[in-house]
Ligand binder design. Structure first.
Ligand SMILES: [Zn+2]
Ligand SMILES: [Zn+2]
Ligand SMILES: [Zn+2]
Ligand SMILES: [Zn+2]
Length: 453
């Protein structure tokens, strides 16, 4: 991993209160980011309620997967499962107060998806006007609007929708390495070193390990990433966080997990999403889960997008254990539940913090809570560094180490290697002092991920 530029280093995933002393937070709705409507509840046609930011985030997650119809994500007490009632954007408009900018966003994206599905039309990256593809075998598409405007021939790639790069006579793939056309499943698998079957057999015979299910249609691993990027107070926006989201998604998919990704949630939205996540039937057919939380944070927990010094909007980390514990999430009993948190835990620098060695275990009954591993980006009270260009040190180093060593090490050893990387980086490479920390971990066996098996 390359060293972050000096000027990028001071981006911390904290918004400690002292930072706000000189900041006037405007109460004027007009000046706030119009997508964010704090504290509103949405009611769907099926009768289920949810924080509005959760609903919007959920629908955006569907759009990202190129789905034009949504389903209710709420847990239904009577059905004892996820509601799943289908609803359209039009249905949503009847019951949910959307801002003009949100309406515009949804309508534009839905129009694009519908056009792409039913006709050979796509928006030109140069002028955003819809261009028809005349030759279905040709990825290189000519835009007459841009050509007329620029006075020279303008083409774009049908697959990745970028200005055409490379030889114009090559119609099968454009000049970008990451064009979606060329991104095969092979490339994804290359991300992570795969495990040999003999290794798994040997571990099963010689060590106390968590049993993992073989890759099959019956195995349904599900993970969730909550990534708060845009906050109501704009100078809290977490630039570079999208890099962490991409890396984490690729890693989890390579490990065989389906990944639900939600952006920009309030504390209430995070809690609702967490509760619904814990009730997915997939967990019953899974052998483990990952829950990843990326946001600002402080000593009291993880910050929602409405955070400011007046309103708080904080989700205590304890809620994660509450919802994923045996009582509320029987589907994950006896299965490793790995929690990764990228967020500050205070505003102190990593090299100032001194350990007093006292940790309270009060209130933890051993079997009410078991099989958790919670790995956090830093020690209590300290900051977590995020590079605004390449993402956070924690997530980026973790993904790199998992990719290289998950085929041979159990998860605690992987976490140790991440911590070792931080120690080495601070001492030898003049990285900021930051020490990832294992919290509230109750694994009773070794957990090997056995990538590829
Ligand atoms: Zn519902
Ligand atoms: Zn154009
Ligand atoms: Zn392309
Ligand atoms: Zn700070």
């Amino acid at each position: 991993m390359s060293q972050p530029k000096e000027e990028d280093r001071d981006s911390e995933d904290a918004a400690p209160l002292p930072h706000f002393r000189n900041l006037r937070i405007s109460g004027d709705e007009q000046k706030r980011k119009s997508d964010v409507l704090p504290g509103k509840t949405a009611v769907l046609s099926c009768g289920h309620q949810m924080p509005l930011d959760y609903l919007i985030s959920w629908c955006k997650y569907y759009l990202k997967q190129e789905k034009t119809e949504f389903t209710c994500p709420r847990f239904d007490e009577y059905k004892k499962g996820i509601c799943g009632t289908k609803f359209s954007y039009q249905d949503m408009c009847h019951t949910v107060p959307l801002t003009p900018s949100l309406k515009e966003f949804f309508e534009e994206r839905l129009g694009e998806l519908t056009a792409a599905r039913f006709c050979e039309f796509k928006a030109c990256p140069g002028c955003q006007s819809y261009v028809e593809r005349a030759d279905q075998k040709n990825l290189c598409v000519h835009c007459t609007v841009c050509t007329a405007r620029m006075g020279c021939s303008y083409e774009f790639c049908w697959k990745c929708r970028r200005k055409w790069k490379g030889a114009a006579q090559n119609n099968v793939h454009c000049g970008y390495n990451d064009c979606r056309q060329t991104e095969t499943s092979q490339k994804k698998r290359d991300l992570i070193k795969l495990c040999q079957p003999a290794f798994k057999i040997q571990k099963l015979q010689t060590e106390e390990i968590y049993s993992t299910k073989e890759k099959s249609n019956d195995r349904q691993r599900l993970a969730m990433i909550i990534n708060n990027v845009e906050f109501r107070v704009k100078n809290l926006n977490r630039r570079g966080a999208e890099k962490d989201e991409e890396s984490m998604k690729s890693l989890l998919e390579a490990l065989g997990y389906g990944v639900i990704i939600l952006n920009d949630l309030s504390a209430a939205g995070m809690e609702a999403a967490l509760r619904d996540f814990s009730q997915h039937k997939e967990h019953r057919y899974s052998d483990s889960t990952f829950f990843i939380m990326m946001s600002h944070g402080g000593p009291d927990g993880i910050y929602g997008i409405n955070f400011d010094d007046k309103e708080g909007d904080i989700l205590p980390v304890d809620r994660i254990f509450h919802y994923l514990g045996s009582e509320n999430c029987p589907g994950l009993t006896d299965k490793p539940k790995i929690i990764l948190i990228q967020a500050c835990r205070g505003d102190k620098e990593g090299h100032v913090w001194v350990c007093d060695g006292v940790r309270s275990n009060k209130g933890i009954k051993q079997h009410r809570e078991k099989d958790f591993a919670c790995f956090r980006s830093c020690t209590p009270d300290t900051v977590s560094i995020r590079n605004t260009g390449s993402g956070s040190l924690f997530i980026q180093s973790l993904v790199k180490i998992f990719s290289e060593h998950a085929h041979e090490d159990d998860i605690m050893e992987l976490f140790r290697k991440v911590a070792h990387w931080f120690e080495k980086a601070a001492k030898e490479d003049e990285f900021p002092y930051q020490m990832p920390s294992l919290d509230r971990t109750t694994l009773v066996n070794k957990f090997y991920l056995f990538p590829g098996l």
